[in-house]
Design a protein around this ligand. Structure first.
Ligand SMILES: [Mg+2]
Length: 250
């Protein structure tokens, strides 16, 4: 079920005593940049996440499509739960995927070569790679068909569409599966799940939170199954800063 933007409401306040908080990264906590390596991390974001995680007794996790080491590198000072590569990598729990499927090096070489030929940005990931066409939007269809063909000839990998990008990632990993794995951790026991995400890749996770008796918050425009919506990462930071039960600046 999709709820149009005009029918969605601002979310209720975050309650550190009751909620479990699951956060996407790009487009949710930080503004999307022309290049994935050009994002600007709000200065107080790592400390804010660390404070919130403490206030929630550790019931907070980042769930991103980025590689885990890259994500961790952007957030020094936040040592809590983290899932990377759409669920293939994790910090603070057993990694959902021990190693990438066979054929990773060849797949990454094919992606890099295609990007070089077409003037696209190639982003290598731990378990796959992404083709970014934000600077060449005219190449969208060509990128999609190349990615589909590459997935078809590389068993164990699947296409992951994202905002102005096509990614090849291990088949069978997804953010909602990552959430289900996190949910088994004792730290989340008895809490109400809340997931925040901005992209089509986040829709199953937004739906998962609602199915578990919690709710999703869609960031930005576009169709979503989420009951609530915030306009941008700055609004997300404000919402987090107004959490009940967090002690700031002490
Ligand atoms: Mg995102």
């Amino acid at each position: 079920m999709h709820i149009p933007p005009e029918a969605t409401a601002p979310p209720p306040p975050l309650d550190c005593a009751r909620h479990a908080v699951f956060l996407d990264f790009d487009g949710t906590l930080v503004e999307i940049a022309p290049r994935p390596d050009a994002i600007v991390i709000p200065l107080d974001l790592p400390a804010q996440l660390a404070t919130l995680s403490d206030a929630c007794n550790g019931a907070l996790a980042l769930v991103s499509g980025r590689s885990l080491p890259e994500l961790a590198g952007y957030l020094p000072g936040y040592a809590g739960l983290m899932v990377g590569s759409h669920g293939a990598e994790a910090r603070g729990m057993a990694p959902p995927l021990d190693q990438a499927p066979n054929g990773l090096a060849r797949l990454q070489a094919d992606l890099a070569a295609f990007a070089a030929t077409k003037g696209l940005l190639y982003e290598e990931k731990t378990h796959g790679g992404a083709l970014h066409y934000r600077q060449r939007p005219d190449a969208a269809a060509e990128v999609a068909s190349f990615a589909a063909a590459l997935a078809a000839q590389t068993p164990g990998f699947a296409v992951q569409p994202a905002k102005m990008a096509m990614e090849l990632r291990p088949a069978g990993v997804s953010k909602d599966r990552a959430l289900a794995a996190l949910w088994a951790l004792p730290v989340f026991s008895g809490r109400i799940p809340v997931f925040l995400g901005d992209d089509t890749t986040d829709e199953p996770a937004l739906g998962w939170a609602a199915a578990q008796g919690g709710f999703g918050i869609k960031i930005g425009d576009g169709d979503s199954c989420a009951a609530y919506r915030l306009p941008d990462p700055a609004a997300v930071q404000d919402w987090l800063a107004n959490a009940r039960g967090a002690q700031w600046g002490v």
